[in-house]
Design a binder for this molecule. Structure first.
Ligand code: M6R
Length: 606
């Protein structure tokens, strides 16, 4: 989603701004821009498309200012064209914005009636005109911003610079994250600490309602009421993170291949490997007393919750509600006091997941989260954070974050089963051993990508692709379909295999590939019956399984072999084939694998 950077520097900042924006590219964007102050005047450059277009423009029309702001835009209001790219400005102020100003229509109508000249379709531009109105009424920038913030409804993060004020930047946070980086005689602002990593590791995070007045010498932070507040400055973990593709063609390929290692790290964090036991941090709740666990998340993180539902219910006999966070937050569900709610998010900034978390806090639930970005809002607002140790995930399509989420949730399900007396020492050791073997099985699958490359040719010609699975393979079918959709743009749907004859079977003919996720477990024979229904209608079966395809009695067009694993860990292992199907199909089709169209990595708006 939109990325914000800002620098009050010692020398020209345009190049620094673009470099910082590159570190935010993974969030997804469709245009970019920077503005700096030169001899007190605001100069701006903007370009549609990738950052290289902005870089080319800056070569021809450089900016020399030593203070400036930059932005990568992910279109919400208005098409992804240069006129809508940020910064938005008047002669007096330039603004970059992440989020949505919900009441911008009313504000715009008022400003237009007063004669403000609008030049974009964005909601952001109202902010520039509101501040300008206050400045022209004689207020200084601090008072003008404070007055303007009071008019804005919605979720946003803002950074602003002002004509004639070379040593001033004002920023604000209401719902969308913003970090301030402290340098030596320089100051930095970024949507996340990754953007600031080359500049400084001393970072403070604004809280909702905060706004800050920044000069090269320091920062004055105020809360919504205008009261002065302190926010801790801490050493950022992002500084040491390496963000490059290594020898891989895409971040997604690198991240797929990192899975044996990062899942191994995550396991080592949550298991006592010497004794084949789980070893979790102290939790704020006793699972033996919990009557219902509520899980919510979005996208791929939601599918990891969905797998976890099967795990908690099967192995801990703990009833679980699993919800898409954008639905959960508005359901106004009554929750028993002292209950437990768990949120899963790679970025830790997903707006709907964060809103669901806050709802549960208000309902006095114990709040647990599984996040990859430990400095994120979701992590900071949870009672207990169970980190996934996946490292930065840059590809928009989530891969290693998913399997690391599953890893943490599997360990948590075992811990819950133990606490509830369902899992005894022997079973615990059996399940832990199964988990420990997962990285090895993942590495085996990753060793030969040829079958996936071959399959990509035929899949790329499909109109629709169906994914089927039962039990924990059902969420994996959903995840497989999501992955294929988002990076290859092919239409794909996942179904519970047993649902096939209740509707989706109408789609099947010789042109429809059906990818069947079917580990040889207690549900295998049931899934085979569904495969037979597909085969009878000449659907093309692609079987992802450890079973012998001849044992199914169906014509299997493509066999994707998976090692035989304990049924508890099948979702962790079968996640990889569905990722590779999507990856190779997208590569074959020539799409932008790491930054697929229309998608953002961190979805900080509703
Ligand atoms: O950062 P989060 O895990 O909260 O993000 C949730 C979804 O936006 C994310 O999983 C999305 O569905 C991915 N693009 C899927 O590959």
């Amino acid at each position: 989603m939109c990325g914000i950077v800002g620098v009050l520097g010692k020398g020209p900042v345009a190049e620094l701004l673009v470099d910082a924006l590159k570190r935010l590219e993974y969030r997804g964007y469709d245009s970019a821009g920077v503005a700096t102050l030169e001899n007190g005047q605001i100069g701006r450059r903007r370009a549609e498309g990738k950052l290289r277009n902005l870089e080319e423009l800056l070569k021809v029309e450089p900016l020399h200012g030593t203070s400036g702001i930059g932005h990568t835009r992910w279109a919400t209001h208005g098409k992804p064209v240069e006129a809508n790219a940020h910064p938005h400005m008047t002669d007096d102020v330039a603004v970059v914005h992440n989020g949505i100003i919900e009441n911008f229509r009313e504000l715009k109508a008022q400003l237009v009636a007063e004669g403000a000249p609008f030049s974009s379709d964005t909601d952001t531009e109202v902010i520039a005109h509101l501040i300008t109105r206050e400045l022209r009424a004689g207020k200084d920038p601090v008072a003008a911003v404070y007055q303007t913030l009071a008019h804005l409804q919605g979720a946003f993060a803002l950074a602003m610079i002002f004509r004639g004020y070379d040593d001033l930047m004002i920023v604000a946070r209401q719902g969308s994250p913003l970090a301030i980086g402290y340098g030596d005689g320089e100051m930095f602002v970024g949507s996340d600490a990754i953007a600031l990593a080359p500049f400084t590791d001393q970072v403070a995070y604004l809280e909702d309602g905060d706004w800050a007045v920044i000069t090269r010498e320091g920062v004055a932070i105020h809360d919504r009421q205008g009261q002065s507040v302190e926010r801790p400055v801490a050493k950022s973990l992002a500084a040491g993170l390496v963000v490059d593709k290594g020898n891989y063609r895409h971040f997604m390929a690198k991240e797929i291949h990192e899975q044996p290692e990062v899942v191994g790290h995550t396991l080592a964090h949550y298991l006592d490997l010497a004794n084949y036991q789980v070893s979790l941090p102290d939790l704020p709740l006793d699972f033996s007393q919990v009557t219902r666990l509520s899980l919510s998340a979005c996208g791929t993180a939601f599918y990891s919750c969905f797998v976890a539902k099967y795990w908690f219910e099967r192995w801990a006999k703990l009833p679980v509600d699993v919800d898409i966070a954008s639905e959960f937050r508005y359901r106004e569900i009554a929750m028993d006091q002292g209950g437990a709610a768990l949120f899963v998010s790679q970025s830790g900034e997903t707006a709907d997941t964060l809103a669901s978390l806050r709802y549960c806090r208000d309902q006095r639930q114990h709040v647990l989260s599984v996040v990859n970005v430990q400095e994120s809002s979701i992590a900071r607002e949870s009672d207990v954070v169970l980190p996934t140790l996946g490292g930065p995930e840059i590809g928009v399509a989530s891969t290693k974050a998913f399997t690391c989420q599953l890893t943490v949730l599997a360990c948590l399900a075992i811990a819950a089963g133990k606490a509830r007396g369902v899992i005894g020492p022997e079973l615990e050791a059996e399940l832990v051993k199964a988990l420990v073997e997962v990285p090895r099985h993942m590495a085996t699958i990753l060793r030969d990508e040829t079958p996936y490359e071959t399959l990509a040719h035929s899949l790329s010609k499909a109109r629709d692709v169906l994914y089927l699975g039962r039990g924990t393979s059902y969420p994996i079918a959903l995840e497989g379909a999501l992955k294929l959709k988002e990076i290859s743009y092919l239409h794909a749907e996942g179904y519970a295999a047993g649902e096939l004859k209740h509707g989706p079977i109408a789609l099947i003919d010789e042109g429809v590939p059906v990818i069947v996720i079917a580990p040889r477990d207690n549900l295998f024979d049931k899934t085979v019956s569904n495969m037979q229904e597909v085969a009878a209608r000449e659907g093309k079966i692609i079987l992802v399984s450890d079973a012998d395809p001849t044992s199914t009695g169906c014509a299997v067009q493509t066999m994707l072999r998976v090692p035989t694993v304990h049924p508890f860990v099948t979702p962790l292992v079968y996640a990889l084939p569905v990722q590779m199907i999507a990856y190779h199909t997208a590569v074959f089709m020539g799409t932008d694998v790491d930054q697929p169209r229309n998608l953002a990595k961190s979805v900080t708006v509703e």
